[in-house]
Design a protein around this ligand. Structure first.
Ligand code: UTP
Length: 489
């Protein structure tokens, strides 16, 4: 390697020559990464060297030891696990008054410009199989507006309502950053004043048998995004041009609190004032929105306490004995299903990332296409590799205080995950139409519905037209009948 590549050593020494690089890799038993070095031109060598440089091999050795060489057995002891206290949906006047007070607190936070919105959109969207960033997927039931547009219009509308523009931060990955940036640019940021796109970190995939880092090609490693939990470190990272991190930028602008959600759920009540208010009133570091789990096999993580401490158990780790545990009234005992919608205190994020208590990595067993030692590209039929990912919900365990707030699933949660079947474009559009139909009905409009209860025609309301049922009420004429596709924008 020539010194012009500007590569400094993540391997303990300054690596100015290929032997130096090889030596460093050999110490970590990853020297095969240079197998094709002699065939590479200057550009390929530079690329490979930069990728290798980006890896903390000391940390990787530990992960391989703990998450690859040894089978992870998550020991969950049912006797130690209890339901967590949830702030339930209001059912009485007193509940409604209490919720109203929380919403007023949240509205004050928004008016004071204390809230920034963070969307995580760095995932690979493998199940959906869409050719482009998932946020660009056309989801509007009538207009085909993209997921990003739905979110952006909400952010704009919230800013207008509270008299203070809300800054938006969108996490991408190195793989989809350019396409995501081009999409936002083509749409002129959907009219938003303050939008920042920032790529998350990457981690190498390693062979599950040997722990060797996989090559995607002769001059590139098999890298993948480091999980949605990577958002916290990515926000705190200095920017490539040396300017302050986005966390610094937020802090200077007076942001105290982050509203975080996933790009795939267009029903997210972005910056929901009642949620923000409950978080603030609880003096929480982090807060979670949950829905009540209906079936033991539902694929959402559950928020629980373990020996009295808050925690989240992934659906795949929840033993049937616990998943099926019921209360005397027949409802599931562990029913607080996380919808990955959170509020974070900025100071808490800083403490985690800068105070050395960053989120841990988990292992994900995946099929990863790779370049074999004989030079052939192998597309495995079975999971062959371990990827390392951080999960945002691990932050709960590290919080001093927290609030867990119930959401109405019908109004707030239908993520776009699959191409067909459940959580697919069809179900998401149907749920959006149903939500907007409900708003129209509250305003006195008659909506023609099918036998299964869903609207007979697609209905869509731009968040710029109305943000909720109350907003819409003054804008529609009671007595109207929605008996054909309807778009209000
Ligand atoms: P999922 O785990 O559902 O992944 O991410 P995905 O990429 O959308 O889809 P599959 O699993 O490949 O089919 C949930 C949310 O977290 C974000 C995704 O963009 C989505 O909003 N995410 C996930 C990231 O931002 N980065 C990651 O590394 C992983």
């Amino acid at each position: 390697m020539s010194s012009e590549t500007g590569v400094s050593a993540g391997l303990g020494t300054r690596l100015e020559t290929e032997p130096g690089l090889a030596e460093g890799l050999a110490r970590h038993r990853q020297e095969h990464l240079l197998r094709w070095w002699d065939e590479l031109g200057e550009q390929g060598r530079g690329r490979l060297a930069r990728q290798i440089e980006g890896i903390d091999f000391g940390e990787l050795d530990d992960l391989i030891e703990t998450l690859v060489r040894h089978e992870v057995v998550t020991s969950i002891e049912p006797d130690h696990i209890e339901p967590i206290e949830v702030s339930r949906l209001p059912t009485t006047d007193a509940d409604r008054a209490e919720r109203g007070r929380a919403a007023a607190t949240g509205a004050d936070m928004l008016s004071a410009g204390e809230v920034a919105v963070v969307i995580v959109a760095g995932g690979q969207g493998t199940r959906l199989g869409f050719d482009g960033p998932k946020g660009a997927f056309p989801i509007g039931p009538v207009s085909d507006r993209s997921l990003f547009q739905v979110h952006a219009e909400k952010v704009q509308s919230i800013g207008r309502r509270h008299g203070h523009a809300v800054p938006l931060y969108v996490m991408t990955s190195p793989d989809n950053h350019a396409a995501t940036a081009a999409f936002w640019e083509a749409h002129e940021n959907f009219g938003l004043e303050h939008v920042r796109l920032f790529p998350q970190g990457q981690m190498p995939a390693v062979d599950r048998g040997s722990g060797r880092v996989l090559l995607a090609g002769k001059s590139c490693l098999a890298l993948s995004p480091d999980g949605h939990g990577g958002a916290l470190a990515a926000l705190a990272a200095p920017r490539p041009d040396g300017s302050p991190s986005y966390l610094d930028e937020m802090e200077r602008a007076g942001t105290t609190t982050l509203f975080y959600f996933q790009v795939d759920n267009p029903l997210t009540q972005i910056a929901d004032p009642a949620f923000l208010g409950r978080h603030r009133e609880a003096g929480a570091d982090v807060s979670f929105k949950v829905i009540e789990k209906q079936r033991p096999d539902e694929r959402v993580g559950v928020v629980v306490t373990v020996d009295g401490r808050p925690d989240v158990i992934e659906y795949s780790d929840l033993p049937p004995e616990l998943a099926e545990r019921r209360r005397p009234d027949g409802r599931l005992a562990l029913s607080a299903g996380s919808i990955a919608t959170h509020v974070f205190e900025l100071g808490f994020v800083r403490r985690l990332v800068e105070g050395g208590a960053d989120l841990p990595y988990h292992r994900a067993l995946k099929k990863v296409t790779y370049l074999a030692d004989d030079g052939n590209v192998v597309k495995p039929n079975e999971p062959n590799a371990v990827k390392f990912e951080k999960f945002i919900f691990d932050s709960l365990r590290l919080a001093r205080r927290y609030a867990i707030v119930e959401a109405d699933r019908r109004l707030e949660f239908e993520p776009l995950k699959n191409a067909t079947g459940s959580e697919s474009p069809e179900t998401v559009r149907a749920r959006l139409s149903d939500l907007y139909a409900g708003w129209l009905e509250e305003g006195g409009v008659t909506v023609v519905r099918r036998a299964d209860g869903l609207p007979a025609f697609p209905i869509e309301i731009s968040p710029l037209y109305a943000l909720d049922a109350e907003d819409l009420r003054d804008r529609v004429q009671p007595g109207l009948v929605a008996d054909r596709p309807l778009l209000l924008s």
